[in-house]
Design a protein around this ligand. Structure first.
Ligand SMILES: [Zn+2]
Length: 441
């Protein structure tokens, strides 16, 4: 059996996690961050429009739409597969196509709300802008990642003097109240395209001096606002991690660390897909054919592939709701996961989570094997339940699946909160999942 990488200490682990969150303001950047880590671990990129020559005892990864990624370690093609799944996207404000607004003397950008964002926390933040831009450069269409990095916008609150009812259940109109303010418009109208041209040229000049002169035009973009406040360890005794996008870049990071730190004895696969927050129905989302098509190319024979699927298991990792001390009535009295008390097994009678008693038993055994405590979440019976990629992947591919995740507060806020020990503990469990010889023994 090959030696695995030595496991880092919890503080090194958390510092790497904070760095990953900071470097990944959009699904495109998250995928690019994972690509860099996989390349430095010796994984080879496979391209979907080319023929594949796969070897055993080798690591590969495949990108789709620059925002979803599958990484696979092929130990022995006759073995079943251990899968971990997560998602790369998070709720946020996405810039509209014709976004520039200059009507009131200020330069603003029109935005759509991407996913189920908590809108109130977006006010009074120092916002930056990042995403993917398609440009024409030297006569060709090319894509470029762009990240302004510095704070260039804000959504100012309305003073309480102008809305005395503000603290009494104020509603937010996303069309009229959310367009961020970028600058004072001045005499000359500003427009996003020329700002993007300048920014892309600046980034090209930095990466490859001279190439900026070939830049002809901006054709289109997918741009998202994000909070520039860096991720941080906070709390009197450093108990918490505060950051944007913990849902679900935390799980992407855990999955990737587990994949790379575990030994090389098992076939293991990490899938991180975009568009979970809007239902996963896209070419690169969990409801699309990405995983199925990759598996068809690794195991072209139906008979072989169906045998592999029947023996495989997937852990779908996405954050859970910790019980909030100020809102404890929102949880079932026997199912209130605490921060820093271990990963949460998510259960739902209506298959909003894919967990069943077999996959739950296997996960509990994995936790026991490595001395990690676990908790269980089921929603109050008089409340609806969220969902994730677990049931979607299970129903698309037919793999036994469990839904688990790290307990957090403020899910879908611009700044969420997790325990500073849970990510590290869950990594131990997933690493063990990726290397245990038999999951039922
Ligand atoms: Zn999520």
């Amino acid at each position: 059996m090959s030696k695995s990488l030595s496991a880092p200490s919890i503080s090194d682990f958390n510092q790497s996690l904070l760095g990953f969150l900071q470097a990944s303001p959009t699904p495109f950047h998250a995928t690019s961050s994972m690509v860099s880590i996989l390349l430095s671990a010796g994984y080879t990129e496979l391209f979907e429009d080319q023929a594949w020559q796969l070897k055993e005892q080798a690591g590969y990864f495949i990108r789709r739409n620059d925002s979803s990624i599958i990484a696979i370690w092929l130990a022995d093609k006759s073995q079943a597969l251990r899968l971990v799944g997560a998602h790369t996207d998070s709720p946020c404000l996405k810039v509209k196509p014709n976004a520039s607004l200059c009507g009131k003397g200020y330069f603003q950008l029109g935005v759509e709300v991407y996913g189920g964002a908590l809108l109130a926390p977006w006010f009074d933040r120092d916002l930056s802008l990042a995403g993917r831009v398609h440009v024409r450069i030297d006569g060709k269409i090319e894509s470029a990642l762009v990240n302004f990095e510095r704070a260039i916008a804000t959504v100012p609150s309305l003073a309480i003097h102008l809305d005395r009812e503000a603290n009494k259940g104020r509603t937010i109109n996303p069309q009229t109240q959310l367009p961020p303010v970028l600058s004072i418009a001045g005499a000359k109208d500003k427009d996003l395209n020329s700002i993007l041209m300048a920014e892309v040229a600046r980034q090209l000049a930095k990466e490859n001096p001279g190439s900026e002169e070939q830049l002809e035009s901006i054709l289109d973009y997918e741009l998202f606002f994000y909070d520039t406040q860096p991720p941080a360890i906070i709390g009197l005794d450093n108990e918490f991690i505060a950051s944007a996008r913990l849902d679900n870049l935390l799980s992407c990071f855990i999955g990737l660390q587990s994949l790379l730190e575990s030994d090389k004895s098992q076939n293991k696969l990490l899938i991180c897909t975009d568009h979970e927050e809007v239902g996963s129905a896209s070419a690169c989302g969990a409801q699309g054919p990405f995983l199925q098509q990759v598996m068809e190319r690794i195991w072209p024979s139906n008979e072989d592939r169906n045998r592999i699927i029947a023996g495989s298991m997937m852990i779908s990792a996405d954050n859970a709701h910790g019980i909030h001390p100020n809102f404890s009535d929102r949880h079932d009295q026997n199912h209130g996961p605490m921060l820093n008390q271990g990963p949460v097994i998510k259960v739902n009678a209506n298959q909003r989570y894919a967990t069943n008693s077999l996959t739950s038993a296997i996960f509990k055994q994995l936790c026991d094997d490595v001395g990690v405590s676990y908790q269980t979440f089921v929603t109050r019976t008089d409340m609806g339940c969220g969902s994730t990629i677990g049931p979607i992947t299970a129903s698309e591919v037919g793999i036994e699946t469990i839904d688990i995740g790290v307990p957090t507060f403020g899910m879908h806020s611009i700044r969420e909160l997790a325990g500073s020990e849970d990510a590290f503990e869950l990594t131990k469990v997933l690493k063990h999942f990726f290397e245990k010889a038999s999951l039922t023994e």
